[in-house]
Write a protein that binds this ligand. Structure first.
Ligand SMILES: [Zn+2]
Ligand SMILES: [Zn+2]
Length: 261
């Protein structure tokens, strides 16, 4: 079996007491058949620092972007474009809209989101989209900016079935995190039943949102196995089949040939 963690903040794990280093984290992942990790950045300095920390590896790829909650100091558009064009960067993001945690900078969130999509189209790299309490605006911007031309994924999906349908119509993939295992996530489980297997990704969003049975602990790429096992039951397939399909989807979307496949 070969699993991919399609969204992880690999620079944000606890390297003081839980792991001895990045090798340790990736070893623990490999022991649970998680053979590839997408390391997602949330600021431009963070992107630089993460690459310096983790280095070039055949089981890690990078994204470059500015998270909607990290826009207070603005960012340099030319630098974003230059970093995003670097080899080893497979996507723009994470970008998007978060009206749940911040509403005083909505115009800035929207213009940043649009710029990420434009660069994605220009560089032919997909976008990784974060959305919270901003469903209608997120869909409107993706349509207006022709995001279907670069493609992308709505990560850590927590919306309803109708929103999933609208994203699928745009050609987007939908990524499920450990939230789908939470007891109160019935609406999300309904959406997960609806999303076809060939458009589904899985992620941890580590260090946040550890799935059951690790809930409350720090999350890590190894735990994407728990998300896969849970979703497999929900979809009525075995875990190996879900692993195969979600890894193929990942490979197709991000144009990465996976070493184990
Ligand atoms: Zn996010
Ligand atoms: Zn994230």
């Amino acid at each position: 079996m070969f699993l991919v963690d399609s969204h992880c903040h690999l620079d944000g794990l606890d390297y003081e007491s839980l792991h001895t280093g990045v090798d340790d984290v990736l070893d623990k992942a490999a022991q649970r058949d998680v053979g590839f990790v997408l390391a997602v950045s949330t600021t431009l300095p963070g992107y630089r620092a993460m690459r310096a920390q983790i280095g070039d590896r055949d089981n890690v790829a990078y994204t470059c972007g500015v998270h909607p909650l990290n826009l207070d100091g603005g960012y340099d558009y030319a630098q974003l474009r230059a970093f995003a064009a670097e080899p080893g960067v497979v996507a723009l993001g994470e970008t998007g809209l978060d009206y749940f945690y911040q509403q005083d900078n909505i115009p800035l969130q929207q213009s940043s989101f649009r710029e990420h999509v434009r660069i994605g189209r220009e560089l032919k790299k997909p976008v990784i989209v974060h959305t919270r309490d901003a469903r209608a605006d997120t869909l409107a911007i993706l349509r207006e900016e022709k995001a279907d031309e670069c493609g992308g994924v709505l990560h850590c999906f927590t919306e309803d079935r109708e929103t999933a349908g609208a994203l699928l119509d745009l050609g987007f993939y939908i990524s499920f995190s450990g939230i789908v295992t939470f007891r109160n996530a019935d609406a999300l489980r309904e959406a997960a039943r609806f999303v076809p297997l060939d458009r589904m990704l899985i992620e941890t969003d580590a260090p946040y949102l550890a799935p059951v049975p690790h809930r409350g602990k720090e999350n890590q790429p190894a735990y994407v196995r728990d998300v896969a096992e849970y979703l497999a039951v929900l979809k009525g397939v075995d875990t190996a089949r879900l692993a195969q399909q979600t890894s193929e989807n990942f490979s197709r979307l991000f144009n990465i040939s996976l070493p184990g496949m």
